[in-house]
Write a protein that binds this ligand. Structure first.
Ligand code: FES
Ligand code: FE
Length: 450
């Protein structure tokens, strides 16, 4: 298969001004910048596809996308997972129309009837015409596979870039933070229920930066929803306590106050809060004190570019770009496999009530992101920079936690590093530069400089 090459867009990279802590608003509306994002970011970065638990058996499949590219993810007979472009090599039609299915033996294109095995190989055509054509090389034609696919503790990711480093290198030491959710219990995790899909008319970076570190909005934006569920504002706990932090590696970011207040409270079920605080105690041996506390705190996380989750709240989501001013949001609920069934069910209901199209918090957030995007259509408006200067100079170079660690969870530090990573993807056409830039973990940067 032919994969597009990366290029270099230094002019776009300059729209993120690290020194002034400003982001140019054109990155949220400009069509040329958006096309560059599809090429530089979504055709290169590792992107989330599915949880292993969604496709347990051979032939189980689901449809998702990588950027705007439609993709089928299928469990193979040998139990490995493959992913292909969901587009027929004949005239390009979708070969899989449904969102998901089980034990498929293959996919047949609606247009002229070409059929493909679950391994993506072309199996049959329309019967006679091609079979009698001696120039037709069936073995050369099939569904285009992703360049690399791999999984990390149950989560399957893929990239279209054959040059991309391994998935573990793409995360770097950020896996230390991912394990808060993915490895707090020996049984591992699974997704419960189906996927919740919705459309929001906003640029994909607003939700990604919100989950990467914007706890600031929660007590204001979510005041009314919190009134309904909690009878008062979201308790953000000790945001300036010495333990409250933001941490970032390669633009992936997590923030937490480590205070025992709990995202879980916002789900509205006291039983779930008990379960999580109990889990947080038990996870201490496995994860150590800091990470165990993060489960029971207010925390949020984005894996660059567009995969986010809330520990304790357990909503996992992808912000699929659908043009500069639109996303398709797909969200799931993650639970520990060993959790009791009624706890899994409460989690499912809790996320429906809060982080779904009808959920109180999703509606609060969506409206803000839509207006934050739409006003930048204004010619004069879009030439005004945005302010990302909260918490400048708070980096804790002596922290024992991995990555760029900043003091205080009310901080724009992770957002600055998210946009710095964005600029690195715009600027660099190769992974050596991409993995050694400003967003690289400090240790690696120091080694690269030597
Ligand atoms: Fe698929 Fe023709 S487009 S068979
Ligand atoms: Fe929010």
């Amino acid at each position: 298969p032919v994969y597009p090459r990366a290029s270099s867009y230094p002019d776009f990279a300059r729209l993120v001004d690290r020194d002034k802590a400003q982001v140019d608003r054109r990155v949220f509306v400009d069509k040329a910048i958006y096309q560059a994002e599809l090429q530089q970011i979504f055709a290169r970065a590792w992107l989330f596809l599915a949880h292993e638990s969604q496709i347990p058996n051979p032939g189980d499949f689901l449809r998702t996308s990588m950027g705007e590219d439609d993709v089928i993810v299928v469990r193979q007979r040998d139990k490995t997972v493959k992913a292909f472009l969901n587009s027929c090599p004949h005239r390009g039609n979708r070969v899989c129309m449904v969102d998901a299915g089980t034990r498929a033996r293959g996919f047949i294109c609606n247009y002229h009837g070409w059929s493909f095995g679950i391994d993506g190989a072309l199996r049959g055509t329309d019967g006679k015409v091609y079979e009698t054509d001696e120039t037709f090389e069936k073995a050369q034609i099939g569904l285009t596979p992703v360049a690399q696919i791999d999984s990390y503790k149950g989560l399957i990711f893929a990239t279209f870039d054959p040059q991309a480093p391994s998935l573990e290198d793409f995360f770097g030491p950020f896996t230390w933070y991912l394990d808060i959710m993915l490895d707090n219990d020996e049984g591992g995790t699974e997704f419960v229920g189906g996927a919740i899909r919705s459309i929001i008319d906003c640029n994909w970076k607003f939700p990604a930066e919100n989950f990467v570190g914007d706890i600031l909005h929660a007590f204001w934006t979510h005041q009314s929803g919190a009134q309904a569920i909690l009878g008062g504002a979201v308790d953000l706990g000790k945001r300036y306590d010495e333990l409250a932090f933001q941490a970032s590696v390669y633009g992936h970011g997590i923030e937490s106050n480590l205070d025992k207040v709990g995202n879980t409270r916002t789900l509205g079920y006291p039983e779930l809060v008990d379960y999580v605080f109990d889990l947080s105690e038990k996870a201490r041996d496995r994860l150590g004190d800091i990470r165990a506390r993060a489960i029971g705190a207010i925390s949020s996380c984005t894996v660059f570019p567009n995969f986010s989750f809330l520990p304790g709240q357990n909503t996992f989501r992808v912000w699929h770009p659908r043009g500069p001013g639109k996303i398709e949001l797909v969200a799931w609920t993650l639970v520990n496999k060993n959790a009791p069934e009624h706890i899994k069910e409460l989690y499912r209901k809790g996320t429906m009530m809060t982080f779904s199209p009808g959920g109180v918090f999703e509606m609060d957030d969506g409206e803000n992101w839509e207006y934050a995007t739409r006003v930048n259509e204004g010619f004069v408006t879009r030439h005004q920079p945005l302010h990302y200067a909260l918490g400048l100079g708070t980096e804790d170079a002596a922290s024992e936690m991995p990555g760029h660690v900043h003091r205080g969870s009310l901080n724009d530090a992770n957002q600055r590093l998210f946009y710095t990573r964005w600029a690195e993807f715009m600027k660099y056409d190769n992974w050596t530069d991409l993995q050694n830039g400003e967003t690289a973990p400090p240790v690696r940067r120091a080694q690269a400089a030597e």
